[in-house]
Design a protein around this ligand. Structure first.
Ligand code: UDP
Ligand code: MG
Length: 311
């Protein structure tokens, strides 16, 4: 008998969570020879999500919950869920029914019969998403595939089932700046990708806005690529070469033709451009430095306020 842990990060999901619980339990019942547990993580919700979890836990002893002391973000919630899961197979799912539980049976089957360590999902359409967001998302994946050695699969969702061995590997990466799309790929293992159409959430609202996604993508780049640093060094070298040529040109010109005071537009353009580039490069450096700073503080990834898990 294998045990499946269903890890669910929840932030303000009071409407969606009961629906999720019922539907997922229905699907899990269909799978033969498995038991399961739910590890529900309340990421500092401001609505009644915790009460919903506690009610579910009273009714069903398979329901475990962890409630954070504040909102730590989905990455922290997923980490807490993985760390506290005990199953042989662990599946990460959103509470909003965008991850169809009907795929669970197939996932277990693939791991057991075809020797996969991980079955991930990717959506092939971005239906129901603002076009601007889709455009930037695509651009991000393209850029990432060029500048990072870690492969980040386009459209990959966090919805995936992993074996205990892989989960232990993921949990052993205790970095503070977590970018799970990168981490899950970095640990390796044999992964099968299932494709499905985008599904809209059943209740509540998405927690992502454009700005949030942009900052998240910068986190991803900084965490899994050092290309921006290389780029800024290259810019420096190129500008030095250009400056050297210009110096030679102006020295020779002055020697031959004298030095009438002119060329203010050139001068101001060069000063502004160099100033801008310097700020850009310092900014890039600052991004990495700030991440290093946070990492060295060694803060916990999450703080628990309430839970029914006994250690
Ligand atoms: N979530 C979370 N903490 C947050 C934001 C989101 O635990 O700070 C959870 C949320 O409850 C949901 C999942 O992460 O179960 C995905 O969030 P959402 O549906 O808003 O993202 P989208 O599907 O739109 O990418
Ligand atoms: Mg969602």
């Amino acid at each position: 008998m294998k045990k499946i842990s269903v890890v669910v990060p929840c932030y303000n999901e009071q409407e969606a969570l009961p629906i999720f619980y019922t539907e997922t339990t229905k699907e899990l019942n269909k799978i033969e020879n498995v038991t399961w547990e739910f590890v529900l993580v309340d990421d500092g919700s401001r609505d009644a999500t915790l009460e919903v979890m506690q009610k579910l836990a009273e009714k069903d002893e398979k329901v475990k919950y962890i409630s954070f002391s504040r909102n730590f973000g989905k990455e922290s919630a997923m980490f807490a869920g993985l760390e506290n899961s005990t199953g042989d197979y662990v599946v990460l799912m959103d509470a909003d029914m965008q991850d169809p539980p009907s795929l669970l049976g197939r996932m277990v089957h693939e791991i057991e019969t075809n020797d996969y360590d991980c079955v991930g999902t990717r959506r092939v359409t971005r239906k129901g998403e603002p076009p601007v967001r889709s455009f930037f998302a695509r651009a991000f994946y393209k850029l990432m595939s060029k500048i990072s050695k870690t492969e980040i699969v386009d459209g990959a969702r966090d919805f995936r089932m992993m074996t205990r061995q892989m989960v232990d590997a993921v949990v052993s990466m205790c970095e503070y700046n977590r970018f799970s799309k990168g981490i899950l790929s970095w640990v390796g293992f044999k992964t099968l990708w299932l494709e499905y159409e985008n599904i809209e959430r059943v209740a509540g609202n998405t927690k992502w806005n454009f700005w949030g996604l942009l900052l998240y993508s910068i986190d991803g780049i900084v965490a899994f690529s050092t290309a921006p640093l290389v780029l800024s060094s290259f810019l420096g070298i190129i500008i030095c070469i250009v400056a050297f040529c210009m110096m030679a040109y102006f020295v020779i010109k002055t020697l031959l033709f004298g030095d009438p005071v002119s060329g203010f537009p050139t001068l101001i353009s060069v000063i502004l451009m160099l100033g801008g580039l310097q700020l850009l490069c310092i900014g890039i450096l600052g991004q990495y430095l700030s991440k290093t700073y946070l990492e060295t503080k060694n803060r916990p990834i999450y703080i628990t306020r309430k839970t029914n898990i006994e250690k």
